[in-house]
Design a protein around this ligand. Sequence first.
Ligand code: DC
Length: 226
Amino acid sequence: MVQYDDKRLVVAIDGPAGAGKSTVARQVSKDLGYIYIDTGAMYRALTLKALRQGIDLEDEKALTKFAEETDIRITHRDHTQVIFMDGEDVSVEIRSPEVSQSVSLVAKVPGVRIEMVRIQRELAKGGGVVMDGRDIGSYVLPDADFKIFLTASTMERARRRARDLEAAGYEVEIIKLAKEIAARDEIDSSRQMAPLVQPQDALLIDTSEMNFDEVVAKIKECIQQL
Ligand code: DC
C-alpha cells in the first residue's frame, strides 16, 4: 500500500471563520505526516504589525509596501504552526480580538495578497501539505489533489469561537461575536481579489451537526480513496 508520505498530496481546506478548518487541518496533517499551513495566520501577523505601527488600514498603498517589507516565516513545533513576524514569534498575539476585527481589511488588499500567495505557493511546492484559508482551492493552489470546503451556521461558528476565546482568557458575548463573524464573512466573500468562494470541485462539509472526530474521519476516508 502506498503511504501518504510517499504520495505527498496537496490538500486545500477553505471555508468561513470558525468552521473548524484549523483544528481539522492540524489533525489531518498530523495523521498523514504532512505539514500544516494556516494561511490566515499570515494575514493576522501583518495586521498585528500594522496595528502596532498605527498604519491606516484603509491605505492600500501603504499596506502593500508594508507587506513587501515584512518578513513572515512559518515553522512547526509538534504539528502546531509557529509564525514569526520580523523574527518575533507572534503565534499567540495574532489571535487577539483586536487583530480578528481588523484582519479582513488587510486581507482584502490585492498587493498584500500577491505577497502572501507567493509565500504560500512556495511552502506547498514539495507537496505533503494541508493548507487552510479562504482562497486555497480556488486561487492559491487550483491544482490541489483534494479540496474541501468546510462550513457551519453562523451561530454555531460564533459558539465555537467563544469557547476558544474564553479558554484564552477573553470575555465574549455570543451575539456580538456572531455579528462580527457575519461582517467578516461579508468582507471576505465580496472582496475583489480571490474572494471566499466554494470551488466547484471541492467537497462541501457542513460541520454544524458534526463533531471533530467525524469531520476528520470523513476527510481521511476521502483522501484514502484518491
Ligand atoms: O482563518 P482566520 O480567521 O485566521 O483568517 C483571518 C483573516 O484572513 C480572515 O478575515 C480571512 C483572511 N484570509 C484570507 O483572506 N485568505 C486566506 N487564505 C486566509 C485568511
